[in-house]
Design a protein around this ligand. Structure first.
Ligand code: AMP
Length: 482
């Protein structure tokens, strides 16, 4: 259920793909989305362009289970964009699925967006009061309306004019008769990468999409960059937005991105192993086994084990056949879901002092179930280690971290969290440790990158204009420690 405090604010986690100048554009887009399934399992959609006509298929559910060969053969053309989406609540309906499709004076245009805007409500109210009619609650439709209202001569110019009015995080791909546009907000919060496939191009949220279709990684689309592929095959780049210090999302490296991806110039896997090493350095304890919470805690647990010398064991086995159901967002199924998903290997754990490693603790309900499970399997001690700092603040830029009242670290001390999850001890990674783990090169352990760390610190790098978002954020006047 949508928490009251965030009523009206749709929090979305998404992945986007665009394929340009390839005879099998929709098939490649489909595969690209398959490799981004972890970024959203609620709906999937592809739009393609053929002989100036737009074709679009959007469905609720996962890529492989919902899009059929018939769907794909009804998406002809050598250009396509695609989207996978998960929203926390409120918008779990097909009309919120993307790509969004609109008929403008530029012809048919499709948009697919990853991220969340922080002034979408303000803009929506302004647009509605001057006559705009919205069909969905998605932030992306706000961008489409702003484009529609622009008096500029080309879609590219209208898109720039629209994006100059929005605040927040977006990695956006747009398909039209003018070509394909791929754009990343000036803060570069969400990742977006560029690949080469034969004579064509692929743009995707993560390199996992490129790997699957054997596209060559070219580079990341830079924060604030708008890349255009026009119909004659020309590619051009521009930076139409006022430059700001980029703040890529550190939680992508902690949890969200796939470990086999390279984003923000870093291997996600290596960063997570480093997080485990850092965690062991600061929170080590006498133990017999290090056990990851699969899958999200595996690389960090490996790092913890290597650093501490405590043997690594897969003491929890994950079922990969747990489907997402329409009732999953309710808290009752979250509780039940842990049992469906994980089972302990009793023979390994009996009589052992176990360190359990997970990437993050959000509400604390999963950790509590896991500790209980490991104890019931006979462990003599259970020590919980978290490979990121306490999650104390909601995300307004596209990660589903709930309102403050539901974040256990926002409302409980460390000892209280330990007691709630019934562990013998608890330890979190420090912010400095996380930064060191995410740094590439740099003798002092940092490389100068400033990440968005708002979920840990409450310092939001992009202004929050919408009331529902602002009221959940840290009061700028408060000196509350993050
Ligand atoms: P919780 O029971 O709410 O504390 O859930 C913690 C678990 O959720 C950890 O195993 C994380 O890997 C995972 N997690 C962290 N952030 C998210 C997110 N935004 N969406 C879904 N799962 C998450």
């Amino acid at each position: 259920m949508l928490p009251e405090e965030l009523d009206g604010v749709l929090v979305e986690e998404c992945g986007v793909v665009a394929t340009v100048d390839h005879g099998e554009a929709s098939n490649l887009t489909y595969l690209g989305l398959h490799a981004l399934q972890h970024r959203g399992q609620e709906s999937v959609g592809i739009a393609s362009l053929c002989s100036n006509s737009m074709h679009i298929r959007r469905k609720m559910g996962r890529v492989a289970e919902t899009l059929t060969p018939e769907d794909l053969s009804s998406l002809p053309g050598d250009r396509a964009i695609g989207h996978v989406r998960y929203s926390t609540a409120g918008g779990s309906v097909l009309r919120n699925a993307q790509p969004i499709f609109v008929e403008l004076r530029f012809g048919p245009v499709a948009f697919a967006h990853n991220g969340n805007l922080t002034n979408a409500d303000v803009l929506r109210r302004q647009l509605e009061s001057s006559g705009s009619i919205f069909h969905s609650t998605s932030d992306t439709e706000v961008i489409a309306h702003l484009v529609a209202r622009s008096r500029k001569d080309s879609l590219e110019e209208a898109l720039v004019e629209a994006l100059l009015q929005v605040r927040g995080a977006y990695s956006l791909v747009v398909l039209s008769r003018e070509g394909v546009h791929a754009v990343r907000d000036a803060h570069g919060v969400r990742p977006l990468v560029l690949g080469r496939i034969e004579n064509g191009w692929m743009v995707a949220s993560e390199t996992s999409s490129l790997d699957l279709i054997r596209a060559e990684f070219v580079r990341e689309i830079e924060p604030g960059e708008l890349l255009t592929f026009d119909p004659s095959g020309l590619q051009r780049s521009q930076r139409p937005f006022a430059p700001v210090t980029p703040t890529p999302c550190i939680f992508e490296l902690v949890y969200f991105a796939r470990p086999d991806s390279t984003i923000f110039g870093r291997s996600v896997y290596a960063a997570r192993v480093n997080m485990g090493r850092e965690l062991a350095r600061s929170t080590s304890i006498g133990a017999d086994l290090v056990v990851p919470v699969p899958d999200s805690g595996v690389p960090a647990a490996l790092g913890y084990s290597r650093e501490s010398g405590v043997p690594f064991e897969l003491g929890l086995i994950r079922s990969h056949y747990v489907g997402r159901t329409f009732i999953e967002p309710s808290s009752s199924i979250r509780h039940f879901g842990v049992k469906l998903k994980l089972n302990p290997v009793a023979g390994l754990l009996r009589g052992k002092r176990v360190v359990v490693v997970d990437d993050s603790v959000v509400r604390g309900t999963t950790s509590r179930k896991i500790v209980k499970m490991i104890r019931e399997a006979g462990a003599s001690e259970v020590h919980f280690r978290v490979a990121s700092p306490p999650t104390r603040w909601p995300c307004f830029y596209g990660i589903d971290t709930p309102v403050r009242s539901q974040l256990i670290a926002a409302t409980h001390s460390l000892d209280e969290i330990r007691d709630y999850i019934t562990a013998d001890s608890i330890g979190y990674l420090t912010m400095e440790g996380l930064r060191r783990a995410c740094a590439v090169a740099g003798e002092d352990g940092t490389d100068g990158t400033r990440f968005c760390e708002a979920c840990f610190s409450g310092d939001y790098p992009i202004e929050l204009s919408d009331e529902a978002r602002r009221s959940n954020a840290k009061d700028p006047a408060s000196d509350e420690a993050g």
